[in-house]
Design a protein. Structure first.
Length: 253
């Protein structure tokens, strides 16, 4: 099922875009990312709605009241917080959901890139067998994997003064951090907000996890990460939901 419903459709969509734009695999990945962002827009909108709801709670009288009332009882405080979340239709972990949803896409895309960049006779045979009739095999095989200075089927790095500098991995970490911080709700100074705490941890750990993937896997995956992150940042900014105060550590609104 994974092969039929994830890898093969992604591979064929990537290669279809690749053939339509003049056989540029880097541009194909960028356009594919834009398409994925458009498809997952409802999830992003839900994520922003949940984040805005959590931000509004920080000045809510009832919310602030339970922080003071149950300050010494963490269990009761958590129960009251979840009650308010439920009553107002807020998902405290909604800011983590789109990131988690991306994991199957990331795995599928990585396998689709490796599958598309077939080099051995067996891998070429498997690729040709999985192509949809709409694709012309002669325009797909062999696939041109170079884009700018990168070989999209291999991890990327640039030699600087004799050292291998993973430029894309660094950009992935920075853009992932900015994107996650822009949508993280401000912490409640007097409370024990579990949702905000979870979002805060995710905003720290996830950028480095994405950077590790970009460092060790095919650079085509890093290109997807960067494009997706930049699109996400642009979405938050255009909707007026970007929380810039969280981007710089220690800065207070």
């Amino acid at each position: 099922m994974w092969q039929t419903f994830i890898i093969e459709p992604m591979t064929n969509l990537l290669l279809l875009i690749y053939t339509l734009i003049g056989q540029n695999f880097g541009i194909a990945i960028i356009l594919f990312t834009i398409l994925i962002r458009a498809i997952t827009w409802p999830l992003t909108a839900q994520q922003l709605k949940g984040t805005s709801g959590i931000q509004e709670l920080q000045t809510d009288k009832e919310w602030m009241g339970i922080q003071k009332k149950y300050k010494g009882d963490k269990e009761k405080l958590a129960q009251e917080q979840m009650r308010i979340y439920k009553e107002r239709g807020i998902n405290p972990f909604g800011s983590c959901l789109p990131t988690l949803i991306q994991f199957p896409i990331i795995i599928g895309l990585y396998q689709a890139i490796i599958r598309s960049l077939a080099a051995t006779p067996l891998s070429l045979l498997n690729l040709s067998r999985g192509l949809y009739p709409i694709l012309d095999v002669t325009k797909v095989i062999p696939l041109k994997s170079t884009f700018l200075w990168m070989d999209l089927g291999r991890p990327e790095s640039i030699q600087v003064f004799g050292f291998a500098l993973p430029v894309l991995a660094i950009i992935v970490v920075i853009t992932s951090y900015i994107q996650s911080k822009l949508m993280t709700p401000p912490p409640n100074p007097g409370g024990n907000d579990q949702g905000a705490a979870m979002s805060g941890m995710m905003s720290i750990y996830m950028p480095f996890l994405m950077g590790y993937f970009a460092l060790t896997f095919a650079s085509g995956l890093a290109l997807y990460f960067i494009t997706s992150n930049l699109l996400g940042i642009a979405q938050y900014v255009m909707m007026g939901k970007a929380n810039w105060d969280n981007v710089i550590p220690g800065r207070k609104k």
